[in-house]
Design a binder for this molecule. Structure first.
Ligand code: GAL
Length: 350
């Protein structure tokens, strides 16, 4: 064999060896990825009968099926209802850990009581994604693998205040007694819930910022619930003797309860107070379309469900979180949007 051929043979052998190494390295990586064929995600809800959450979970389940198809990873999902008991929820998290969940999504019952859950999670090295019911920032800092997916409560209050202020400024018939001041009542969600406290404060402050003078006649806590809101509104309609010009509800279900009370009252529809809500649930959007509600603020259940699933999937498959819009490495916040008669159809088809 001459020198040139010998040299050529050596290069071929070397190239072959490099090729085998490359295939092995690549092969090793892909076989590592391939080993994750199944993941298990646990979910515990504060109350499965909550309208917004049940709509959000329907989206979450739908995205899970899409994700399985797109990734080829089987996603075993277990969803539990804590029925408004923090003790029950703590037990559920323990059992979801025992059942081998790779990650657990927790819709806290009591947002001031996350420590049993965060301790369990850290001791067993199972990441937690809290959602919808926001805990205080210090509690989320207790361990690196704690996350929150939701929306910014102050934004929803601000947008609701803008809707109400615009309506009051453009429709003079809303000012029933003609004094230039908007007499209002508030229907509040659960006492102590981040969304109740912040939405109430920001909606009213925004009306003042937008130049509407307001007078608070009263308020009632109706726990996000339509039936409770109907009872409390009926009582306020009697108490304030047709003086209410605006009903600010912390969510759509309570706005609908107020509308139920108005329908059952003797007040003709053209004299009803304006009603504003938050969520854009199916029934809420329908009430905007029927012109029973002045407007609502869309709480993007699709966006929240999608990002929560993407984050849970990335964590459970040791995948990258680069494509998830994490703020401070911990928070995903999905924006709200104003909905009125003008754009309601856009949201009905989401
Ligand atoms: C809010 C939502 C309410 C209720 C509550 C439960 O964000 O607007 O309708 O679902 O969460 O925590």
């Amino acid at each position: 064999m001459d020198g040139g051929k010998e040299m050529c043979r050596k290069y071929l052998v070397l190239a072959g060896v490099l090729c085998i190494v490359a295939v092995n390295v690549g092969g090793c990586k892909s076989s590592e990825e391939e080993t994750i064929k199944n993941i298990k995600i646990g979910v515990t809800l504060y109350d499965q009968y909550d309208t917004f959450l049940s709509e959000m979970m329907a989206e979450f389940t739908k995205y899970t099926a899409d994700k399985e198809e797109e990734s080829g990873v089987a996603i075993n999902m277990e969803i539990m209802d804590a029925s408004q008991s923090q003790l029950t929820q703590n037990e559920q998290v323990k059992s979801l850990i025992d059942k081998g969940c790779d990650v657990i999504c927790v819709n806290l019952v009591d947002r001031t009581e996350p420590t049993t859950i965060t301790d369990l999670a850290e001791n067993n090295n199972v990441p937690i994604i809290f959602f919808n019911r926001e805990l205080v920032a210090e509690d989320l800092e207790r361990w690196t693998e704690l996350y929150y997916v939701g929306a910014d409560a102050s934004e929803s209050g601000t947008l609701e205040g803008e809707l109400a202020a615009d309506a009051f400024k453009t429709d003079s018939s809303m000012d029933k007694n003609g004094d230039g001041i908007c007499q209002y009542v508030v229907l509040e969600g659960e006492a102590g819930h981040q969304d109740s406290i912040v939405r109430t404060e920001y909606s009213v402050n925004t009306m003042a910022e937008k130049g509407v003078e307001t007078e608070k006649l009263g308020y009632a806590i109706a726990n996000w619930n339509r039936a409770q809101a109907q009872t409390k509104t009926a009582a306020m309609l009697t108490q304030f003797d047709n003086k209410i010009e605006l009903i600010i509800a912390n969510n759509d279900d309570m706005a609908l309860g107020a509308i139920d009370a108005l329908k059952a009252s003797q007040i003709p529809k053209e004299e009803w107070p304006g009603v504003v809500g938050i969520d854009g649930t199916d029934v809420g959007l329908n009430a905007v379309k029927n012109e029973e509600m002045l407007g609502t603020v869309y709480n993007d259940k699709e966006g929240q469900a999608q990002e929560m699933l993407n984050l849970a999937f990335a964590i459970a498959t040791n995948g990258k979180t680069d494509e998830i819009p994490l703020l401070n490495g911990k928070y995903v916040r999905i924006p709200y949007h104003k909905v009125t008669l003008d754009n309601v159809e856009e949201y009905e088809n989401k």
